[in-house]
Structures are given as structure tokens and as C-alpha cells.
Design a protein. Structure first.
Length: 319
């Protein structure tokens, strides 16, 4: 949640502070180039410079000081909210009861924000698609002290995901980084079932592992995960997914995370494919479509309806 504060500050710097600095600079040039009226001992230049100083001081106070005061207040408020969210996330990490609450919460927030964004969805269907953003990060667990996948392999997936959703959906995929966690997974290995068994396992110790690791790795997203809007999608790298014919898994709106196998080969778009599932995209048998069960290795596509569904997701926001 605290990321919003830095984004607001960047917006102020780009949209307000820089234009103000340019205006003040132009005023300075006017004062420097202005001819001196000797009959009043250059009073015109003195008045010009005096006005410039006043404007400089006022704009500095309003823009610079105001920007940082707002940033500090924003950060304090968001830290408090994320602490509340973190505590609630710990409750959601409790096996069975926490898993059931987590499932219900994720679906309720998904439905609420879909209803709120219905007009945006309809606008997207007819081609009106202003720039939106979506946060995602990666968690790479360590087994016996060794990461189960190298960062270079992960970044291939990350870069392909960012590029695809940027050019296809006009979505700014904001990557929040790779988190290396040393929390030992249940049973000492990370094997995930992508079927009914996997769905219900999320209510048990396995789901608690993913939720607790998310809470520690992505603390700044704690409050958003509770309210749903703009919640970060977390990509967990795991050792094996069953059935063996798949190399990624997502249970849609049930979870705020997806999983991909550590062995990616040349399939750079598996992460993008699983994020699509998280945004309500089912499999599509069309050759070359991102949601084809055999994920395309290069240059995948999405239909107009698929693009609109992704942009309609609670994870995809303007703010």
C-alpha cells in the first residue's frame, strides 16, 4: 500500500514540480534580459527580481515542503494499514479456518470490484483503454539453503510478462522484485497439485506456507491483499506441479498467488499465462493465444474480450 505514496510523489515531481521550476526559470530569464530604466535606478529590474524571489519562496514551500509533508503523512498512514493487514494475514495463515476465510474473502472482493469496474470493462470492449497498472512479484524459496531457481531464469519470465501486457493490454506491469525466502516448505519440498486436491490443500498447511511467505516477503502489500483492490499477484517458483503435463498453476480469484515450475525451458510466457488465469481467463484452444494450454513460446496474442477481462480484474487498477 505504501507504494502509492512514492508514486504520488513521482507524479507531483513530474506534473507539478518540474513545470513550476520551468516557469520560475523563465521568469528569471525575463528579469536578466529586461532593460534597465536608469531614470528610476533600475527599479523595474529590482521589482522583477523581488517578485521572482517571492514566487520562488512560495512555490518552494507549497511544492517541495508540501510534497514531503504529504509523503510522510501518507507513509505513516500506510504503514499502520499494512501492519493491520499483516496481522490479519497471519490469521488467514491458520490452516483450515484461515484458508476458508481466505477463499471467501478473495472471491467477495473480486466480485465487488468487478461490479465497481463494470463501466471500465464495457469501455475496454469498444477499445477505450487508458493506461492501467498491475503489481506482481516473485518469491523464490530455498530448499536446504539453495534457491530452487536462479534469478536469471526468473527475470526471463518477468521481462516477457512486462512486455506482453504492456503492448497487448496497455497495462504497466510493475515488478516489485524477487524475494528469496528461507522458510522451509511443508515436508521439505514444494510440489503443488493443480487440481481439486491442490485447491483444498490450500486450506491446509501448504496454503498456510504460501500465505505466510507472502506476508513476510510482500509486507507493503498487506492491506491491499485484504481489500483486494490492486492486490499484488505473487508468483511462487516451485519444484514440481502435477499433473506433469502442466508447468504452471492458478486457481483464479481464489488466490493472490500463482505457481510456476523452476524448470522453464524456453517457455518465457508461463508467468504471463498464469496471471491471465488469475484475471479470469480460461484456456483457449486457438493456436498462438496466450491462454492456449500449450503456452506459446513466442509472440502470443489475446482476443478483445480477453484483454477486457484482464483489465477488469481487481488486480488491475488506475491508482
Amino acid at each position: 500500500m505504501g507504494r502509492v505514496c512514492s508514486e504520488v510523489q513521482e507524479w507531483v515531481e513530474e506534473q507539478i514540480e518540474q513545470p513550476v521550476e520551468e516557469f520560475v526559470g523563465q521568469w528569471q530569464e525575463v528579469c536578466e534580459e529586461q532593460d534597465c530604466n536608469w531614470w528610476c535606478l533600475c527599479c523595474n529590474k529590482w521589482f522583477c527580481w523581488l517578485a521572482w524571489v517571492v514566487v520562488r519562496v512560495v512555490t518552494w514551500v507549497l511544492v517541495t515542503v508540501g510534497k514531503w509533508v504529504t509523503r510522510v503523512v501518507c507513509e505513516v498512514v500506510n504503514v499502520i494499514l499494512d501492519i493491520i493487514g499483516f496481522i490479519f494475514t497471519l490469521i488467514l495463515s491458520i490452516p483450515i479456518i484461515g484458508g476458508i476465510i481466505r477463499t471467501i474473502l478473495n472471491w467477495v472482493t473480486e466480485i465487488i470490484w468487478r461490479l465497481v469496474g463494470l463501466i471500465d470493462f464495457l469501455a475496454s470492449l469498444v477499445g477505450i483503454r487508458p493506461r492501467k497498472k498491475m503489481y506482481f512479484g516473485v518469491v523464490v524459496p530455498s530448499i536446504g539453503g539453495t534457491p530452487i531457481a536462479p534469478d536469471s531464469e526468473v527475470m526471463r519470465q518477468v521481462n516477457a510478462t512486462i512486455s506482453f501486457y504492456d503492448t497487448t493490454c496497455n497495462i504497466n506491469m510493475i515488478f516489485t522484485g524477487i524475494c528469496h525466502t528461507d522458510i522451509e516448505p511443508p515436508g521439505g519440498s514444494l510440489n503443488v497439485a493443480c487440481d481439486a486436491e491442490g485447491f483444498f490443500n490450500d486450506w491446509l498447511v501448504a496454503g498456510s506456507y504460501f500465505e505466510f511467505s507472502s506476508a513476510l516477503c510482500k509486507f507493503r502489500d498487506s492491506f491491499r491483499r485484504i481489500i483486494g483492490l490492486g492486490a499484488e499477484l505473487i508468483v511462487f517458483v516451485v519444484q514440481e506441479i502435477t499433473p506433469t503435463t502442466t508447468n504452471g498453476c492458478s486457481f483464479g480469484s481464489t488466490h493472490n498467488y500463482v505457481v510456476i515450475e523452476a524448470r522453464r525451458g524456453d517457455q518465457d510466457f508461463v508467468t504471463a499465462h498464469e496471471i491471465g488465469h488469475s484475471c479470469w481467463l480460461p484456456h483457449d484452444g486457438t493456436p498462438g493465444n496466450l491462454m492456449n494450454a500449450a503456452t506459446p513460446a513466442t509472440a502470443p496474442t489475446l482476443t478483445n474480450v480477453q484483454i477486457s477481462l484482464v483489465r477488469w480484474s481487481k488486480h488491475c487498477v488506475y491508482i
